[in-house]
Design a protein around this ligand. Structure first.
Ligand SMILES: NC(=O)c1ccc[n+]([C@@H]2O[C@H](COP(=O)([O-])OP(=O)(O)OC[C@H]3O[C@@H](n4cnc5c(N)ncnc54)[C@H](OP(=O)(O)O)[C@@H]3O)[C@@H](O)[C@H]2O)c1
Length: 318
């Protein structure tokens, strides 16, 4: 839609992994008027600041990407923060979008919204059919509220917010520090560090039988623009590859791509988490979107990027 290329596009969370990839993709697609906003530009939990930002800049399209995100430990130690900060961000953005009459918005969900014992693959209509995983319930409740607000604002005021709902995202800009990183980037770091330090054994949690689904952030960026430009319903849609892999297979793939020759030891005293987590992507396929980055290619890219980060760090420390 060439018409939108000159419109004002607000991307929140623009300094994070997904937001950064989206801004890059929008620039590549020749969108000229991008407001790429990070936390230091605008604290989205501050309602007065959000209101005056919208009053000043009047965005036409709003990507609600920013969120307080974190691993299990962070979620368990701060459930109030994960629920309250994310609700504030969502409420401030939805209210401002409504007040300043944006043309269209996008809210990004997360697959933790599904019940703990969800049948697999997870279909959109399984939402709210069971108890949530307790370790990140606060975060999940905030995301569920964000998805429901999209529907309520549409029904009550006709304001359209589209809602892709992604599986695990990895790729450029992901965190590699072990406190914040997600599983795939954490494994890349473990195996590359083991190669560099000539360690011949890497110990991983669980038995490796849990199955997980991963999508590369470049595919997510493409999907977000696809949804903004083509989708016209506030009902959320799963965004994934529809293919899952065991953590053991993933570890072996990364070890092989990293040229790690040592042993992989599974610490079976540690939990596996849910045994399977895979999205049903029938709706996504019907809309005509297909992710392009294979897991192997994505892993190769992530390994190259982590190597670059390490080289840069060692140059900086000299
Ligand atoms: N990564 C995944 O596997 C995954 C899976 C499903 C859904 N998602 C969703 O994707 C979105 C982006 O996640 P990500 O992986 O890109 O995480 P990320 O790299 O941590 O990016 C999130 C961004 O939001 C910003 N933010 C947080 N609180 C803010 C506030 N009060 N005001 C302004 N900005 C704030 C963060 O800024 P600071 O860095 O300053 O905190 C950060 O730049 C989130 O909505 C997340 O729920 C991610």
């Amino acid at each position: 839609m060439t018409d939108n290329k000159n419109k004002k596009i607000l991307v929140t969370g623009a300094k994070g992994m997904v937001g950064h990839a989206l801004v890059k993709h929008l620039q590549e697609e020749n969108y000229k008027n991008i407001l790429a906003v990070g936390r230091t530009d605008l604290d989205l939990t501050d309602s007065a600041a959000v209101d005056s930002y919208f009053d000043k800049y009047r965005p036409d399209f709003v990507y609600m990407i920013a969120a307080k995100v974190g691993g299990i430990a962070a979620n368990m130690s701060d459930p109030v923060g994960f629920l309250v900060d994310n609700l504030k961000i969502e409420l401030n953005l939805y209210q401002a979008c409504h007040k300043y009459k944006t043309a269209k918005n996008l809210f990004l969900g997360s697959s933790c919204i599904y019940p703990k014992e969800c049948p697999q693959p997870m279909k959109e209509n399984y939402l709210l059919t069971g108890t949530l995983e307790p370790t990140n319930e606060g975060y999940a409740l905030s995301k569920i509220t964000g998805l429901r607000l999209a529907e309520y604002y549409y029904q009550q005021y006709g304001m359209l917010t589209v809602c892709p709902m992604p599986c695990n995202i990895y790729g450029t800009g992901d965190h590699f520090d072990l406190q914040k990183s997600h599983v795939l980037s954490a494994l890349v770091k473990r195996f590359i560090d083991a190669v560099d330090e000539q360690t011949n054994s890497v110990t991983l949690w669980g038995t490796g039988i849990a199955r997980r689904e991963f999508i590369h952030v470049d595919d997510v960026a493409q999907a977000l623009l696809f949804f903004m430009e083509t989708h016209s319903s506030p009902e959320f849609v799963n965004l994934g590859t529809g293919k899952d892999i065991t953590i053991r297979e993933l570890a072996e793939l990364i070890a092989s791509e990293a040229d790690y020759q040592g042993k992989i030891v599974w610490d079976e005293s540690k939990p596996n988490g849910m045994l399977k987590k895979c999205l049903d992507i029938t709706k996504l396929e019907a809309l005509g979107f297909t992710p392009q980055v294979s897991l192997k290619k994505g892993v190769q890219k992530t390994i190259a990027e982590y190597r670059q980060i390490k080289q840069q760090l060692s140059r900086d420390n000299k």
